[in-house]
Every structure is written in structure tokens, then in C-alpha cells.
Design a protein around this ligand. Structure first.
Ligand code: TMP
Length: 384
């Protein structure tokens, strides 16, 4: 059942130059709730080769928050001294770099990152995860003790086939650890911009439990993490005792109504209000210098759904060199480096990178102490 339509959208990470405007790709962003599995998924996803290729701009190590996040989980995994680890979706190596190259195998479809981690000495298969690559890994290396995937499973449309092949690659007492944005968090905080082309699904535990169990994997532990706007880290395996956290998370989701389409319809009304409130705040602030802070994939959704262009948000600043001097997808707001754009003329900054709020507030004390304000759409439209 379709419950949310966010209109014609460009590729969320498709930051582009002026000469590329005429070739821009658009698709209809609609979200579906599957009554049987309770899985929330995109109705239409642009092809994976268009989304994940050698031009993929998102670097997992782009922020101190993410570098610490991956270091912490790598240290946790290392305590168990696993003989062989596999990371699916290794990006720029922010996780694997904490392991000995003999101990870890990486799979990464984006060519730019695969060659980067190969150069660091890590065996990296430059491929999309498929059953074929799973079999190749078992033939070449044997079964794996830990499969780790961060913000990657939610990218894969054929999720059941993926869980099946991971189940086959995992040793009998191996652990599959994966983390993805939490659907519950999205609904509670009205962060509808988590719905974008790369997120084929936003998972509830209720749906994951069903899909994993169909493929001989049982969730035995769940942790909440604060990254990517609030994520769940799921531990699944063939033979582990189920811990209390699993029942707790499921109970919370049932309380929120994640099993019920009515909950999603109510969410859609909140999304429409969020859009109206943001537009009217930006319209009212037209005499001020309002910019965007962080050219994120998520902000692409907001700018396009709310028709926000450079008349309402003058430009966007971003620390990623690959995005600078380009334009935001769809509504074509210029992107500048903070060195150029983050100056005393800025009155208000819309937080495209709202998922790094703590990091940003602590480093931008001067902006707020001179009267600058951040705008966020999380939990409704707020000025902070
Ligand atoms: P993400 O939301 O997809 O993780 O992308 C984060 C983007 O935000 C990335 O391009 C870097 C940018 N960013 C800044 O420009 N300044 C910051 O202080 C932080 C934390 C992120």
C-alpha cells in the first residue's frame, strides 16, 4: 500500500555541474508498506549501477562522528578475535582500516573506493553483493566469522536473496552485524528525508525478524546507535541465545504501530505540515541571508519536495571537496566550501546535515553566539 509520495526527485547524491543540468535523471519517490511482511520500501528505485558507481561522492569517514563510530564497533568486534571478517559495502575503508588485512575481506561496488582500499592493502571485491560473490568468497576463503554491513542492507532492493546468501557465507556460530536507519526513529521525528533513492527500504525490527527468519537467521541482540539520524544495529546468527533487547525493541515498535498502515497515513499528514511550515519560515526570512549547512542526500529530498531553490536558500556549504562548486540535485542551489560560504553575512542555516547536530553545534559556537540561527525540520520545524 502506497502511503507517501514525495514527488519527482533527482538522484539524492547526484550533485552536479551546470553542464550536467540537461542530463539530470528524475524518478517518482513513493513509499510502500507491505501488509504481509510489514516492510517499508521504495516503489521505484533507479538502477543500482546509476546509484553506486565510481563517482559515488559519500565518504563514510567524512566526519569525526562517523570515524569514531566505526572505530568503536571495530574495537568491540576485535575483542572476540574473529579469524575472518567480511564487510559488505566498505566505502572508503573507515571500518576495515582497524583490522589486519589478513583478517578481513571487503566488497564494494563503487570503483573509486574499491581501488582506494586495495591500495591500502585490503582485499576488496569491486562488485555488488550477490549470491555469486558469496559463493566465490566461501570457495576462496571459507566461511566467515563476522559479516558486517553499515548503512548498506537498506540499499539493496532484493533483500531476501541478500539475507539468504549472507546466511550461507556465515559460519555456524558466526555473527551477522548490520546497522541501518531506524524506521521507528523516522516516524517519531518526522525525518521523511530518510526516504530517498538509495534507501530501498527503511527497516522495522518487525519486518527484519520475519525476513531473516525465513532465511535461517535469528536476531539475538539489538542496539540503538545515534548515527544517520538514529539507527538500529542488529546482531543475527544461526545459533545464539536471544537477548532481552530483541523483545524490548519489538514491543516499542508495536506500541508505535509500525505494523499498522494507519500509522503511516498519520505520518504523511505530519510530513505535509512540515513542508508547509518550512516554506512559510523561509518565505518570512527572505530579507535575511539563509543558507544550507551540509549538502546531504537527505537535504536533496527536502529541497525538491518543498521546491526550495536559491531564492529561499542562497547557497549550501559542505566540507566534501567533491561536492564543492557543484549544485544541489534538482533545484540547483550552488554548493560552496565552508571557507568561502561560512562567513559573517550568514543569518540562518538550514541543517541539511541534521544528523550531525551535536558535532555541528559544538564546532559552531561562534555562529550562534553572534546571533546566527540553525533551522531544523527534525521533530517539526524549529529554530535553534
Ligand atoms: P550524510 O548526511 O549523507 O552523512 O552527509 C553528510 C554531509 O555533510 C557530507 O557531505 C559532509 C557534510 N558535513 C559538513 O559539511 N559539515 C559538517 O560539519 C558535517 C558534520 C558534515
Amino acid at each position: 500500500m502506497i502511503f507517501l509520495e514525495l514527488g519527482r526527485q533527482p538522484l539524492a547524491n547526484g550533485f552536479l555541474t551546470k553542464s550536467q543540468f540537461s542530463e539530470e535523471i528524475f524518478y517518482d519517490l513513493k513509499m510502500n508498506f507491505d501488509e504481509e511482511t510489514k516492510l517499508v520500501s521504495l516503489v521505484e528505485q533507479p538502477s543500482k549501477e546509476i546509484l553506486f558507481n565510481e563517482n559515488y561522492p559519500y565518504h563514510s569517514s567524512c566526519s569525526a562522528t562517523m570515524r569514531k563510530h566505526f572505530k568503536d564497533i571495530a574495537n568491540e568486534i576485535n575483542k572476540f578475535n574473529p579469524k575472518l571478517i567480511l564487510e559488505i559495502g566498505s566505502n572508503d575503508g573507515v571500518f576495515i582500516r582497524h583490522f589486519d588485512p589478513k583478517q578481513i575481506i571487503a566488497v564494494e561496488p563503487c570503483g573509486n573506493f574499491a581501488s582506494f582500499t586495495r591500495d591500502l592493502g585490503y582485499q576488496t571485491y569491486n562488485e555488488f553483493w550477490t549470491n555469486d560473490i558469496a559463493q566465490k568468497i566461501v570457495e576462496n576463503h571459507g566461511k566467515v566469522d563476522v559479516v558486517y554491513a553499515a548503512n548498506c542492507m537498506c540499499h539493496i532492493m532484493d533483500i531476501e536473496a541478500t539475507f539468504k546468501s549472507i546466511s550461507e557465507v556465515l559460519s555456524p556460530d558466526g555473527v551477522f552485524i548490520f546497522e541501518d536507519p531506524s524506521l521507528q526513529e523516522v516516524l517519531e521525528t518526522i525525518t521523511y528525508d530518510q526516504f530517498y533513492d538509495e534507501h530501498a527500504h527503511l527497516f522495522s525490527i518487525i519486518a527484519l525478524k520475519k525476513l531473516l527468519e525465513r532465511n535461517e537467521l535469528k536476531i539475538f541482540k539489538i542496539e540503538k546507535t545515534s548515527v544517520h539520524g538514529g539507527s538500529n544495529r542488529i546482531y543475527a546468527g544461526h545459533s545464539h541465545d536471544i537477548q532481552e533487547s530483541v523483545d524490548y525493541f519489538i514491543w516499542k515498535e508495536l506500541e508505535t504501530g509500525l505494523q499498522d498502515i494507519e500509522t503511516y497515513y498519520k505520518f504523511t499528514q505530519q510530513v505535509q505540515k512540515s513542508k508547509n511550515d518550512l516554506i512559510s519560515l523561509l518565505e518570512k526570512s527572505k530579507d535575511k541571508c539563509v543558507i544550507g549547512y551540509g549538502a546531504t542526500s537527505k537535504s536533496t529530498i527536502i529541497y525538491n519536495y518543498c521546491n526550495i531553490d536559491s531564492n529561499l536558500v542562497k547557497y549550501v556549504i559542505d566540507t566534501t571537496p567533491d561536492k564543492q562548486n557543484k549544485y544541489t540535485p534538482g533545484t540547483h542551489i550552488p554548493i560552496l566550501s565552508p571557507e568561502i560560504g561560512w562567513n559573517d553575512s550568514v543569518d540562518m542555516a538550514f541543517l541539511g546535515a541534521w544528523n550531525y547536530l551535536d558535532e555541528i553545534l559544538s564546532k559552531e559556537i561562534n555562529f550562534r553566539s553572534r546571533g546566527g540561527k540553525f533551522i531544523t525540520h527534525k521533530n517539526g520545524i524549529f529554530i535553534i
